[in-house]
Write a new protein. Structure first.
Length: 150
């Protein structure tokens, strides 16, 4: 496999969340490094968070492990344990099935860059801890917790 030219990869800005849940993530950027490498068992993203931007709504996965490594900047990890500051060189992980909702918030004045690694399990259900939203990968997509579509 040849070297991946990260600068040439398209960056997806924002999220697929319905309004108003999309607003805190509207400026976040992701480059899909794993896709560029042809990986299928797990994904690797280069996550860019401008100041004031969130990585996601607080969430947890039923069938997907997640790992985050901070490359640049300072970001606040928000989880059931509270808030923790992560700086370049710090990392965190979230085992599948652990109902510890988490998100990253860039409360600094500088851009943050992180590597996100996650398994790609078709049966995964992503539950959003603080809002009425669930993502069913193999089913209905983004729905209310009672199953109603958005």
């Amino acid at each position: 496999m040849p070297k991946i030219d990260v600068a040439s990869l398209s960056e997806r800005i924002g999220s697929n969340y319905p309004k108003p849940f999309d607003e805190p993530c509207a400026r976040r950027g992701r480059k899909r490094l794993g896709d560029a490498a042809g990986l299928s068992d797990f994904g690797v993203n280069l996550l860019r968070l401008p100041p004031g931007t969130w990585s996601s709504q607080r969430h947890w996965h039923s069938h997907e492990d997640e790992f985050v490594y901070v490359l640049k900047g300072e970001v606040t990890l928000v989880s059931d344990a509270g808030e923790q500051i992560l700086r370049a060189g710090d990392c965190c992980g979230f085992p599948k099935g652990s109902a510890d909702g988490h998100k990253l918030v860039n409360a600094s004045q500088e851009e943050v860059l992180c590597l996100e690694v996650g398994s790609r399990e078709a049966a995964d259900v992503c539950t959003y801890s603080d809002i009425d939203m669930v993502l069913e990968r193999s089913g209905r997509g983004i729905v209310h917790k009672d199953g109603r579509p958005y």
